[in-house]
Design a protein around this ligand. Sequence first.
Ligand code: DQA
Length: 144
Amino acid sequence: MKVLIINGPNLNLLGVREPGIYGARGFEEYLAELNSRYADVLSIEYFQSNHEGSIIDKLHENGFGQVDGIVLNAGAYTHTSVAIADAISAINTPVIEVHISNVHRREEFRRHSYISPSCVGVIAGFGLDSYRLGIEAIRERAKK
Ligand code: DQA
């Protein structure tokens, strides 16, 4: 099985960026943990970009059978991007929306997601473990 994790803008600064909200751990370290946890059952590809168009290109490239599922943290584009929502709707690969923080406990503008209606489901508020939960959702879905 193959899973792609896409991180959007500012998520390259995890570990440094607002640690009170996003934690003190960098994503690369967490990714290494995920890779060893799932080493026998799936391969995880990782992509991060601060650019909306690059995220859309990556969704297109992996949208038609290249991977079994995509775990997407679109960062602030979640709350602004009709173009990313359209890209998710345009592809066949299931996309799980994830957020490290509980966006519903924060500012009002974070409560609205343009991408949720195009995604299979949403996981928010479990810290970095949100990504593992996203992978588990893809694995369960693949069994059906
Ligand atoms: C985030 C929540 C977004 O509102 C924010 O813009 C981010 C990160 C999260 O993972 O909690 O960049 O997606």
